[in-house]
Design a binder for this molecule. Structure first.
Ligand SMILES: Nc1ncnc2c1ncn2[C@@H]1O[C@H](COP(=O)(O)OP(=O)(O)O)[C@@H](O)[C@H]1O
Ligand SMILES: [Mg+2]
Length: 379
């Protein structure tokens, strides 16, 4: 029970979820977890859903409306109470969020202290939303514009990581123009990396659009499949190694980023050769998540150090999950950073913090605290 006096004003948190990306349903499931766990004695929740069409509206704050039930994927559908950006009738300063219901004057949502964007993928995790919130002078949880954009793009994140001295695996990039003007050249550059190859849309997530390719014959199809998600494709040499992940949480004030104990994703023998979409969300038995990973203590120290460096390399804020391959010869090759990692209560990021002594409700608290601390604008 809270000891706070009832008069103490609660922080108004706009919980934003759904979205236009292919990870819409995953975002809704995350929202269910957060709406369930957030401390309502301290936070007043304003739940705003983004439909797949991109329309924003006020939606239910009831977690059960968004949870995963018997194979039905949750989805935001637009309500009568549209949330739009504009200038309110009473002439408030600058742009703000308004609720526009049919037949009534748009009303300011007013006094939102902080936005908690629980969105994955393009138009949520890639800097576009962050830019919009900066323009509206609204504080928000997580990475800023540039870090979000770099963390979304599997090509540019590698450029930044390599420049910061982190080891990235061999890769090739195929832009839209290259593919359409010189596909043979692109195929040649890719096959030179050796098989197996992982062919990925540069900006997607949840393994969508990714194929593992064993030979030249399958490569063209895999590139086309990735291009369905993003005109820019990243092709990587397959790395043999254990999949090790670390959760990073920005430090308070001038403190260095905090890192969790590492976790491991191990594929169980069966249908899934790698951590694909089904293994992540459909077939619960496909992958085993272990935290802490069974690693020698010097490797644990090293992977945590590297995760902190990766976070700082992209200019991370708030949170990130950093994923590595730990190779049989003892190297830690960075695979990717996720600035809005899976965040359901059973997702790796919250689980790694739980195992490191920070529970889900406290984690949400901490993230909101960090966002309130930092304000908006250039920092
Ligand atoms: N270069 C690689 N070598 C070996 N396995 C890979 C490689 N790239 C990706 N994978 C496998 O595919 C999964 C998804 O790839 P990832 O780049 O993490 O995409 P996403 O952003 O969708 O999570 C990884 O968790 C791993 O199992
Ligand atoms: Mg991944």
């Amino acid at each position: 029970m809270t000891t706070e006096s009832p008069a103490a004003p609660r922080t108004r948190v706009l919980v934003l979820f759904g979205g236009r990306s292919s990870e819409h349903a995953v975002s809704c499931v995350t929202a269910a977890g957060v709406l369930e766990a957030i401390d309502r004695s301290r936070y007043e929740v304003v739940p705003v859903g983004i439909a797949k069409s991109g329309q924003w509206s006020l939606v239910s704050a009831d977690p059960s409306a968004w949870s995963l039930r018997a194979d039905v994927l949750p989805e935001v559908t637009a309500t009568e109470h549209a949330v739009v950006m504009g200038t309110s009738a009473d002439g408030g300063a600058g742009q703000e969020l308004l609720v526009a219901a049919p037949g009534s004057v748009p009303e300011s949502l007013g006094g939102v202290d902080v936005v908690l964007p629980l969105l994955h993928g393009p138009f949520g995790e890639d800097g576009t939303l962050q830019g919009m919130l900066e323009m509206a002078d609204m504080r928000y949880v997580g990475a800023g514009v540039l870090a979000s954009a770099v963390g979304m793009d599997k090509h540019f994140m590698k450029v930044v990581f390599a420049a910061a001295g982190l080891e990235v695996g061999p890769y090739a990039v195929v832009t839209d123009r290259q593919w359409r003007t010189d596909a043979e050249g692109a195929l040649h550059r890719a096959t030179a990396l050796g098989f197996p190859l992982f062919v990925k849309p540069a900006r997607a997530g949840s393994s969508m659009g990714i194929s593992r390719v064993e030979d030249t014959a399958a490569l063209r199809t895999a590139i086309e499949a990735a291009r369905a998600f993003d005109p820019k494709v990243v092709i990587e040499a397959g790395i043999e190694g254990r999949e090790i992940e670390v959760a990073v949480l920005q430090g308070r004030g001038l403190d260095a980023p905090r890192t969790s104990l590492p976790g491991e994703i191990a594929m169980q023998p069966g249908d899934h050769a790698w951590y694909d979409f089904d293994a992540k969300y459909v077939d619960g038995a496909a992958a085993e998540l272990t935290c802490p990973a069974d690693l020698p203590s010097d490797v644990i120290d090293r992977v945590r150090q590297l995760a902190g460096e990766a976070f700082e390399a992209i200019g991370g804020e708030g949170l990130s999950r950093v994923d590595f391959f730990y190779t049989p010869d003892g190297r830690l090759v960075i695979n990717e950073i996720n600035t809005m990692p899976g965040f359901t209560p059973i997702s790796m990021y919250p689980q790694m913090w739980a195992k490191s002594g920070l529970g889900y409700t406290e984690l949400i608290d901490e993230l909101i605290g960090l966002a309130l601390e930092r304000g908006t604008g250039l920092r």
